[in-house]
Design a binder for this molecule. Structure first.
Ligand SMILES: NC(=O)c1ccc[n+]([C@@H]2O[C@H](COP(=O)([O-])OP(=O)(O)OC[C@H]3O[C@@H](n4cnc5c(N)ncnc54)[C@H](O)[C@@H]3O)[C@@H](O)[C@H]2O)c1
Length: 254
């Protein structure tokens, strides 16, 4: 594998599972110094030992990205352990999938908005001064196909709001970051098989809705998203900012 991210330090949130884990592995394999972040300490330890058995190493930090004080501590840890910060991948999120009639304001709606938007805002805000100091840095946010369309049989109301927000925030971050050499882009995955989606994919009617939209004859994997994240973080994407990339097996094209 070529070292497309050599010399770059990347914070990858949500690295304990699914897409964030795939990104952390992809970044480490492409030569980045990775600081992997998640709520779940044990999954970070597993990720670290998996990479170590491949001869790679990462730093890890367990934290709750919805807590402003904890996020401030995280970026203190980053500045103590790295002279520079060049990439922030915001993959951490939690969402409740509930039909509107059953959706509770605090338990589902607010938890999802905090889990999908506060996590991105707080990390971007706390990382900003280091990303600015880099002068050649990139934010990669995880939006969703659900920022564009509703998927039949999926109770995704709060998630559509959260990811629509991430899509819009990314354009604003790109505009504010431009003068400082900070690029900001998002990836909108279609249905990717991860621990977050596996239970939903066991519902035959939802699985059918997903298959009905696919042009590529398989479900998506975290690696499909990691390939795009590596590209967006690399200097090959130096003229790309304020953009969203759909990695969805064609689902949004018809
Ligand atoms: N899987 C999909 O089909 C899909 C589709 C579109 C968008 N996305 C987005 O991609 C991202 C990753 O999704 P995934 O399917 O890999 O999810 P996942 O649940 O498998 O992984 C998310 C990780 O984030 C961590 N996390 C959640 N809240 C956190 C917090 N407050 N602080 C720190 N860590 C926290 C979790 O512990 C978990 O390890 C999310 O933003 C999700 O919305 C996923």
């Amino acid at each position: 594998m070529t070292a497309r991210l050599a010399g770059k330090t990347a914070v990858v949130t949500g690295a304990g599972s699914g897409i964030g884990e795939g990104c952390a592995k992809g970044f480490a394999r492409h030569g980045a110094t990775v600081i992997a972040v998640d709520l779940n300490r044990a999954s970070l330890d597993t990720l670290k030992s998996e990479l170590q058995s491949d001869g790679l190493d990462i730093l890890t930090h367990a934290t709750d990205l919805t807590d402003p004080a904890a996020v401030a501590d995280l970026f203190e840890f980053v500045s103590e352990n790295s002279a520079n910060l060049d990439v922030l991948v915001n993959a951490a999120a939690v969402a409740d999938f509930v039909w509107i009639e059953e959706m509770e304001f605090d338990q589902h709606w607010r938890r999802t908005i905090a889990g999908e938007l506060d996590t991105v805002f707080l990390a971007c805000k706390a990382a900003w001064s280091m990303l600015k100091a880099s002068g050649n840095s990139a934010i990669v946010n995880l939006a969703s196909a659900n920022a564009y369309v509703a998927l039949k049989n999926s109770p995704a109301l709060a998630h559509t709001a959260g990811k629509g927000g991430v899509l819009a925030m990314t354009r604003q971050l790109a505009m504010e970051g431009g003068p400082h050499g900070i690029r900001a882009n998002s990836i909108s995955p279609g249905m990717i098989v991860t621990p977050a989606t596996e239970p939903a994919l066991e519902r035959p009617e939802l699985l059918q809705s997903v298959w009905d939209k696919l042009m590529v004859n398989r479900l998506g994997t975290p690696e499909d998203i990691a390939h795009m994240a590596v590209f967006l973080a690399s200097d090959e994407a130096g003229y790309i900012t304020g953009a969203d990339f759909r990695v969805d097996g064609g689902a949004l094209a018809w």
